[in-house]
Design a protein around this ligand. Structure first.
Ligand code: F6R
Length: 242
């Protein structure tokens, strides 16, 4: 595992956005694994800007997002489909047909999860997986105690995670109780992973993920097992490291 610690959040964010752009420059038909959440907003802003400046096309890129709330249709204002359209897909030349998130509005969740895994495999697997980290160490919506071998499935969100995401909803009680998420095993299958953590609120989870034992109590610790894993931190997120 490579750990990059930057003095400021903006340098850490720029490093991650540039890593994604470099992947697309290297392989025009790259398969990207994408994340949502507050941390990624600035990454996508920087990525859009750099793609324009460097004239990089995403026309042949495919993408798979980590997760989506169970029960929300793609056009719901707080869905991750909407987040991705507004923050990235409509601002670059990626083809919407080449982008995919789990569908939260299907009647058969298990079938949707199987189809999602099959679609990733059919695309040849994920070249670069972008990750954030929850304060409890979750990656995707793999909450603590998730199996380290898990595949895409429905997960119940912890109360703390629902509260952390309440700002994206009109009312806290509108945060859905469950989500569809790639599993930890699915994430570990990506050829490379880059995780971005910003701010002191993430420092305890970051320390456990990097220096703690590999354990289901901190799902991000499973990333220690990945052969091409980069942790990108600002100074505050790194304060818990020895
Ligand atoms: C979202 C996701 C989550 C977030 C994590 C951090 O697709 O996969 O694991 O990355 O909850 O969220 P923020 O950045 O809002 O602190």
């Amino acid at each position: 595992m490579k750990v990059l610690i930057f003095p400021t959040a903006s340098e850490a964010i720029a490093s991650v956005a540039d890593r994604v752009l470099d992947e697309v420059k290297r392989k025009a038909s790259a398969v990207l694994g994408l994340a949502t959440g507050g941390t990624m907003e600035a990454v996508y802003d920087r990525l859009v800007l750099r793609a324009q400046v460097d004239d990089v096309s995403f026309a042949n890129v495919k993408s798979f997002n980590l997760d989506e709330y169970w029960g929300l249709p793609p056009d719901h204002p707080a869905s991750y489909h909407t987040y991705m359209r507004e923050r990235l897909f409509e601002r670059i030349d990626i083809k919407l047909a080449n982008t995919r998130l789990p569908r939260g509005d299907r009647t058969d969740a298990a079938a949707e999860c199987r189809a999602y895994e099959a679609a990733i495999a059919n695309a040849g697997g994920i070249d670069l997986q972008l990750l954030g980290i929850g304060r409890n160490g979750h990656i995707g919506f793999n909450e603590p105690t998730s199996s380290l071998a898990s595949r895409t499935r429905v997960k119940t969100l912890t109360e703390a995670t629902r509260q952390a995401n309440a700002a994206f909803f009109d009312r806290p009680e509108h945060v859905p109780p469950c989500a569809l998420t790639m599993g930890i095993g699915t994430i570990l299958d990506a050829r490379a992973c880059v995780l971005l953590a910003i701010g002191s609120a993430k420092s305890a989870a970051v320390a456990k993920a990097i220096e703690g034992p590999v354990a289901a109590t901190c799902p991000a610790s499973a990333l220690q097992l990945h052969g091409d894993m980069t942790m990108v931190l600002d100074r505050e997120a790194a304060v818990g490291l020895t």
